[in-house]
Design a protein around this ligand. Structure first.
Ligand code: UDP
Ligand code: MG
Length: 318
């Protein structure tokens, strides 16, 4: 049985060799399975690709795919899965935040008949406090408003069998939110906890704004509740305005015309204006998503690779 290690790498020249050595220690001790690496160089600007090429020269188990530019980790994972041929695939980060030693436990779970063995970060010690706080809030929110359940701490670090890989690949949306996709496809999943560690070297690729965008991506990809909220909110405002209107008419009939009231008018006007813009914004988010999906552009473009028959993602082939 062939197990493939899918490793998205973006500017990881400092850790990639260390990562490879660590993995070799683990996989060389597992004799019942064959292993392959699929490194995806996500348009790195340092010499990540050169290191991958060196590794491939020394070890024929090493395959690499280098994108024509930076497409993002989601695209890298998709490309890895799309080009995988093994019975099982594991997705790991190159920075050793995902301990390769867990591969053994994952294989045990697969032998027990699970389709997937996913990991749960027991703590977020490797992350700054604010990021942990906001991430927790995000998961609480998204689990409330979407149908799929995305456990806080669940990462991309997981092993899947072919059945699940094919299911994931059948969801060919361009704007991918893997955490949602993994739980959307379902299947029997075993969860194992692992202690988070700081990355071995290099720096995280996530900026605050990047994470915020990712969170918005997750919400709009897996929930239409914001759109519905706009309807409820709009209805509430309309009903309140109507009640206020009746009150104003009655007041005028009973007490006669009353000129002062500039402040209340301005406040209501601004409030309503704000509501309308907010609802347009929510609508815009979804329209933008439709716009990108309709263009149906490839999720990734391969620049260089040592895979014999690489699978590109040109829309017609999908
Ligand atoms: N990564 C990638 N493309 C990107 C950003 C990140 O392939 O545009 C890879 C990165 O090389 C690493 C993994 O995704 O292997 C996780 O990235 P990072 O460690 O920066 O994220 P964090 O662990 O902080 O969530
Ligand atoms: Mg990391």
């Amino acid at each position: 049985m062939l197990v493939e290690l899918i490793v998205p790498c973006y500017n990881e020249s400092e850790v990639i060799k260390m990562f490879y050595d660590e993995c070799c220690k683990v996989i060389d001790s597992i004799k019942q399975y064959e292993f392959n690496f699929i490194f995806i160089d996500d348009g790195s600007k340092d010499n990540t690709l050169e290191i991958m090429k060196d590794l491939a020269k020394k070890d024929e188990r090493v395959k690499y795919i280098s994108f024509s530019r930076n497409f993002g980790k989601e695209s890298a994972m998709y490309a890895g899965l799309k080009n995988s041929t093994g019975d099982y695939a594991v997705i790991l980060d190159a920075d050793l935040q995902h301990p390769p030693a867990l591969i053994k436990d994952m294989l045990e779970a697969m032998e027990q008949g699970y389709d997937c063995c996913a990991t749960n970060r027991a703590s977020r010690d490797g992350d700054p406090f604010l990021r942990t706080f906001l991430t927790r809030g995000f998961y609480r929110f998204i689990n409330k408003i979407s149908d799929v359940n995305m456990p806080d701490g669940a990462g991309d670090f997981r092993m899947m069998n072919r059945k699940m890989i094919e299911a994931i690949l059948s969801l060919c949306e361009v704007q991918r939110f893997s955490k949602g996709i993994f739980s959307w496809v379902g299947f029997d999943t075993k969860w194992i906890d692992f202690q988070d560690v700081e990355r071995a070297a290099g720096t995280t690729k996530w900026s605050f704004f990047g994470l915020f965008k990712y969170a918005m991506e997750g919400i709009t990809a897996f929930s239409t509740v914001p759109l519905k909220m706009a309807i409820y909110f709009g209805s509430l405002v309309s009903i309140s305005s109507f009640i206020y209107l009746i009150w104003v008419v009655l007041k005028t009939i009973i007490y006669g015309r009353d000129f002062p009231g500039y402040a209340s008018i301005i406040v209501i006007l601004l409030f309503l204006g704000g509501c309308i813009i907010l609802c347009c914004g929510i609508l815009g988010e979804y329209v933008a998503k439709i716009y990108i999906e309709v263009k149906n552009r490839p999720i990734y473009i391969i620049g260089k690779t040592n895979i014999e028959k690489p699978i590109n993602d040109y829309s017609k082939e999908r």
